[in-house]
Design a protein. Sequence first.
Length: 242
Amino acid sequence: MKALAIRHVGFEHLGTFTPVLAGRGYDVRYRDAGVDSLAPERDAPDLLIVLGGPIGAYEEAAYPFLSDELRLIERQLKAGKPLLGICLGAQLIARAMGARVYPNKTKEIGWGPLTPTTEGLSSPLAPLGRNSWQVLHWHGDTFDLPEGAVRLGSTAKTENQAFVAGPKVLGLQFHIEFRNEEIERWLIGHAVEISAAGVEHAQLRTDTMRWGPGLERAGPDCLSGWLDLLKARGRAKLRVVQ
């Protein structure tokens, strides 16, 4: 099976999701936005993952590659194939589905609890409960819930933190693929944003030591749960055809 991951900055990659995908038989290829072509190939990948980045989903005038990226997402949606978005990726999926993406009232950077909805408690995100629903937030934009989507969680600052749209689309505003050992890369790569938001570097390091290990265990389990649902859905369709 082929998985395509769209990467916007080098350190925001698949992280702890990498071994899960390999174990499930996915051949993962990256395309780096702004460097590699994002034009759709003939066949949609078996799984498309759109990763995070420090730009706006609505900034195609400044970053023209976003137009191709949106077309890639739209093609995946039309093909009915699995689609996962993280942070900017979730915002781009929401926009491709017709929802509005816009600056949030305040930036949300650092560790904080996700409040799951009733649907979220029984969703693939349920393993986050083992980490007191603590996740890593790193965004300044938000989005309206796409039509037909179901909200899975919120925070005090951001209502739409996670959603599903049918069984094959999952959007996460926060980061559960994060690897603790790479916190310094994030602090360096997002130095300007951290300074502008008035976030304390020391607090980010301390919170990563506290909550990061639990997330490194729960995050991959969330992905595994979602992939299990996709597989079960595929088996159900096969039985119907037979």
